[in-house]
Design a protein around this ligand. Structure first.
Ligand code: FES
Length: 507
């Protein structure tokens, strides 16, 4: 074997790893800013971003291994893994810094990859903070390559290096100029499961039952077996799998830091179809019940100022949000209900945040809350959860990019439905079939081997979400805002169909 082979491998793997890193960061920025919208597909962007970054780590590993194998360079394991241990220098004035930067980048890459693999169980802020260090990695790698590489005099290398530095600079400028990421990236593609082929159940036991308002009862749950509960962030919900076969989603309203218990509050709905009624009449202390989740379609995004609008039981996701915000963050809560007696946690919230909460009880003030006065000159993010008229009032008044909402019930979209048949291809299953005009897409998928899980069956809960790879869905769900429907690249087949003649789904 040519004794120089490892030296060639070292140089080739370094430049491939660097290229993959830069392209991965560019893809990540395209995903988070959506600057290519509407010509992109978030699902593909995310997959490519992940594959490229994973592959870059593989080539970095090869780069280090070949340095170790190269008998001329003499890199020991300590040189490769301990910053400032190597005595190799190309520019005497810089000493051990260029190689140390390379070692540091290696650890940062491992941290970014590791936290990305565990992102579903990590606090989102922690994951983001680590993930942002990938910008530092691409910059530091440029210095590592320029200061320690041996090919810097070759014109091909110089052109490639300049191109990579240029692309890195452009990507970072795009990231700075288009900081809005957010809703699209976090609340959809990354924060959700890629598809819903499985959803593990956790068995919980009811540990406490407390009435918190007229017709509203709070239930605390602990795990039936040893161990802690999955982490959750404000806005998350769990799905109760009731013994009568129904599945119902309820927002978590306890303390996200408490890994030993979950709390939900359930309103006994006068129009209950068996869910809240069963929960109120049957769920007692000591009783075991299966849940899935937590999942989150109503995530609290970073902002300098918030307006929260809660109607009735819509306070449940908001309560955890208010308690999670730093004390110095600006926010106001409008909490509306029929009467104080029917408003869960009202006294607790008012006494905890006396100057930030506006309570509108119909039987005290009468009429509707003055939303126009609240929204006048307000430029922050608006979160709303409550009955449909309240949601619609906010949708009419607040630009879509500042409005975040969660629905309790499905919007009636019956008149929008185009009842025509269309062809569906399940890309991963290599299956194609026709969905008749009178059959739901979810039903058709599951009859053709898809095994998608679902819950509400009404396009409200988001459980049946699938990624769309090709074709134009007809979105009939109540999960996404109209703006997101055209941009996110997912659909809810329990209610949604296709306007195009065919769809390709990532199943
Ligand atoms: S099952 Fe709830 S959105 Fe489809």
């Amino acid at each position: 074997m040519d004794p120089q082979i490892w030296w060639y491998v070292t140089r080739a793997s370094a430049i491939i790893a660097w290229t993959l890193m830069v392209v991965s960061v560019m893809w990540g920025i395209a995903l988070s800013t959506r600057v290519l919208k509407p010509h992109d597909n978030p699902g593909w962007l995310l997959d490519l971003h992940r594959w490229m970054s994973g592959l870059s780590v593989v080539f970095v590993g090869l780069h280090m291994f070949s340095l170790y194998m190269d008998s001329y360079a003499h890199f020991s394991p300590a040189d490769l893994f301990v910053p400032f241990h190597s005595t190799y220098t190309k520019i005497a004035a810089l000493g051990a810094w260029p190689i140390a930067l390379g070692v540091l980048c290696f650890y940062l890459m491992i941290a970014v990859q590791g936290t990305s693999l565990m992102m579903r169980i990590l606090p989102r802020k922690f994951w983001k903070a680590i993930h942002y260090s990938s910008y530092a990695v691409v910059l530091l790698v440029s210095f590592h390559a320029g200061w320690s590489g041996t090919d810097t005099r070759a014109w091909v290398y110089r052109i490639v290096a300049l191109l990579l530095v240029l692309l890195t600079t452009i990507a970072l400028i795009v990231r700075i100029l288009f900081p809005k990421s957010a809703k699209t990236l976090s609340a959809t593609v990354e924060g959700r499961r890629p598809n819903q082929l499985s959803d593990a159940l956790t068995r919980l036991v009811v540990s406490n039952v407390v009435p918190v308002a007229d017709g509203i009862v709070a239930f605390d749950f602990v795990k039936a077996s040893d161990g802690t509960l999955p982490v959750w962030v404000p806005g998350s919900h769990i799905t109760l799998h009731l013994p009568n076969g129904l599945k119902r989603q309820y927002s978590l309203c306890g303390d996200p830091a408490d890994r030993n218990s979950y709390r939900i509050a359930v309103l006994k709905s006068p129009t209950s179809r068996g869910g809240s009624e069963w929960v109120h009449e049957n769920l007692q202390i000591g009783q075991a019940i299966d849940i899935s989740g937590p999942h989150n379609h109503f995530e609290l995004e970073p902002a300098s100022e918030y307006l929260f609008v809660a109607g009735g039981i819509g306070i449940t996701p908001m309560k955890a949000m208010l308690e999670a915000l730093p004390a110095r963050r600006e926010w106001t809560l409008l909490y509306a209900g029929r009467s104080r007696a029917s408003m869960a946690f009202v006294n607790e919230i008012v006494s905890e945040f006396p100057n930030r909460v506006i309570v509108h009880a119909d039987d005290e003030q009468g009429g509707r809350p003055d939303l126009d006065a609240l929204l006048r000159d307000f430029k922050g993010q608006v979160y709303v959860c409550g009955p449909e008229p309240l949601l619609n009032a906010l949708i009419d008044r607040v630009p879509a990019d500042r409005l975040h909402f969660e629905r309790f019930s499905a919007v009636d979209r019956g008149s929008e439905e185009v009842a025509k048949e269309f062809l569906v291809t399940l890309k991963r299953s290599h299956t194609s079939f026709t969905v008749p005009a009178d059959r739901s897409l979810l039903d058709a998928i599951n009859s053709n081997g898809g095994a998608l899980i679902s819950s509400c069956g009404e396009g409200v809960c988001g459980t049946c979400e699938v990624r769309v790879l090709q074709g134009t869905p007809q979105h009939l769900d109540s999960v996404m805002s109209d703006e997101d429907k055209d941009s996110i690249g997912v659909m809810y087949p329990c209610v949604s169909r296709a306007t195009s003649d065919s769809l390709v789904l990532d199943i």
